[in-house]
Write a protein that binds this ligand. Structure first.
Ligand code: GLN
Length: 537
């Protein structure tokens, strides 16, 4: 049996260089040559997972089929590879220590002093090889979060050093992503930070095999030669990663640079011409839109690019399918009021109300939903967005004054959204929501059964509250139909409005499942509705 290959991606000089995109792009190139590849993210922070982190700290929390709350890079991995990730694809220092300490309490290390080396590093290596041992993959790409030299990433770099030694140079590869800054006063690209970063890595005993150099300007031959000489790599292993206008260009940029070829050569694997036909036709449609629409994204973290990452990417996929440019207008829900609502929403071709937690900004969301419902503007509510649509409908159509969710007002007179039964005993915050993929049955002849073109779907969830079925008859009698239901629990997962061009609220997160090769049908249909609307105004 050929041995499984491990590729590590580390970062130096600066954070936010795009290690996740480089890892995903390389994986795409390898996958397109017939290799089975998965990507794993090791996060050096001590939280068990990012589920308890504020989006201001960490951007979006991504959710896998098996209910892991993960780093948003896993979203990129899935969107690029079109293969689901799992619990094993995101490991944090918190998880590593928790497991080692639990083993210690069980007496697994009886008699031994438990130490960073070998116990923590062994646990890290085990988590990396766990993916290899599934037998599903030829190549595991492991991205180590943070930058080399950080105190908290040291055990991970040490695990990488040991794995190179344990498994041999041709089975373990270290790719180092670094920044080549441009000094405009000197009109020069500078290699010194990269030299230092490669040295820092060497201090931990790891020689970078390949350098990926993030740069705003072409790096040219002399810089490649200089870097090769100072950093102990061959010139063909100095890869330029120039700023791209979209992350979806990066696989082709890496292909032009020969990153896949050099990786496969160093791993003693055969290389072929990657088949990127579907990818490239997606890009072609994305680049040549025939129309343009404006979609309002209403949330309370809209000033942060990363908070609604998967939603934004889903619109890119859906825009490409419809050959339309989707301009996203971010609207902060806290600043919507009766005075400004018309000016903020009247020119939009659709409104998406985002997921979220807590009370801040919800009245703005409810006002916005009333506006789009009564003005026939396409509406898409996701999770909290769906819940707000129910509250709006209860207040303004059913005339249930001050109807609310018990998340916002515990003793509200009309709790149209309420804590799920299964959540009533839960006190811990971390990892305790209703998470991961759940089956949902779609009612015949509804908008959603048309859109999905099936009656059974599986979608990912992350919530504690749900539609209160005591109000089901009332809402349905006025045209808000529960068109998707989990038949085992009876939970309402989708509500849609009759007599409206497009008004759908979903309790789940379709954005987690949209990929380049498989754009999500709800986003595709919503963008199509936006396009139709744009022709009317
Ligand atoms: N706060 C709501 C709940 O827990 C919605 C969650 C979400 O939008 N992800 O049910």
């Amino acid at each position: 049996m050929p041995s499984i290959k491990y590729i590590f991606v580390t970062g130096g000089v600066s954070s936010s260089l795009g290690k996740g995109i480089i890892a995903a792009s390389l994986a795409k190139l390898l996958q397109s040559q017939g290799y089975s590849v998965t990507i794993q993210k090791l996060d050096p922070y001590i939280n068990i997972d990012p589920g308890t982190l504020n989006p201001y700290e960490h951007g979006e929390c991504y959710v896998t089929d098996d209910g892991a709350e993960t780093d948003l890079d896993l979203g990129h991995y899935e969107r690029f590879l079109n293969v689901p990730t799992s619990q094993a694809n995101n490991v944090t220092t918190g998880k590593i220590y928790k497991s080692v300490i639990e083993k210690e309490r069980k007496g697994v290390f009886l008699g031994k002093t438990v130490q960073v080396i070998p116990h923590i590093t062994d646990e890290i290596k085990e988590r990396i090889q766990q993916l290899g041992n599934t037998g599903e993959y030829d190549i595991i790409i492991t991205e180590i979060g943070g930058t080399v030299g950080d105190i908290e990433s040291l055990p991970y770099i040490e695990a990488l050093r040991q794995m190179k030694w344990d498994l041999g140079q041709s089975n373990v590869l270290a790719i180092h992503l670094t920044l080549i800054p441009y000094l405009s006063a000197a009109k020069e690209l500078k290699t010194k930070p990269t030299q230092h970063s490669v040295k820092t890595l060497m201090e931990s005993g790891v020689q970078a095999d390949i350098l990926v150099c993030r740069t705003e300007h072409e790096i040219g031959d002399s810089i490649r030669e200089k870097l090769a000489r100072f950093c102990n790599v061959d010139k063909e292993s100095v890869i330029q990663s120039i700023d791209a206008s979209t992350i979806y260009d990066v696989p082709n940029l890496m292909l032009d640079e020969g990153l896949d070829k050099i990786v496969l050569k160093k791993l003693n694997l055969k290389s072929d011409i990657p088949n990127l036909d579907i990818w490239n036709s997606f890009l072609k449609r994305y680049r040549n839109p025939k129309n343009k629409i404006k979609i309002g994204l209403i949330g309370k973290y809209v000033e942060l690019q990363d908070s609604y990452k998967s939603i934004l990417e889903s619109f890119i996929h859906a825009g490409s399918v419809n050959e339309v440019e989707v301009e996203i207008i971010s609207i902060h829900s806290e600043f919507i009021d009766n005075e400004n609502i018309h000016s903020k929403l009247s020119q939009l071709n659709g409104v998406l109300v985002a997921p979220g937690f807590g009370e801040r900004g919800i009245e703005g969301k409810i006002l916005a939903i009333e506006y789009v419902r009564t003005n026939n503007i396409p509406f898409f509510g996701i999770c909290l967005g769906m819940q707000m649509a129910v509250i709006e409908f209860a207040r303004n159509v059913l005339k249930l004054k001050n109807a609310n969710s018990t998340e916002m007002v515990k003793d509200t007179l009309f709790p149209v959204i309420d804590l799920m039964q299964s959540q009533k005993e839960v006190t811990n915050k971390g990892g305790t929501m209703r998470l991961g993929s759940w089956k949902c049955e779609l009612k015949d002849k509804t908008n959603v059964s048309n859109i999905y073109d099936t009656n059974i779907i599986h979608e990912r969830h992350r919530h504690r509250y749900e539609f209160n079925s005591d109000y089901l008859d009332q809402v349905e009698s006025k045209g808000l139909i529960a068109s998707g239901i989990n038949s085992e629990t009876g939970l309402v997962e989708i509500l849609e409005l009759n007599n409206h061009p497009w008004f759908i609220g979903v309790q789940f997160h379709p954005e987690y499942k949209s990929t380049v090769y498989n754009p999500h049908p709800l986003f595709v249909s919503f963008v199509k509705a936006g396009l139709k609307h744009s022709k009317l105004i």
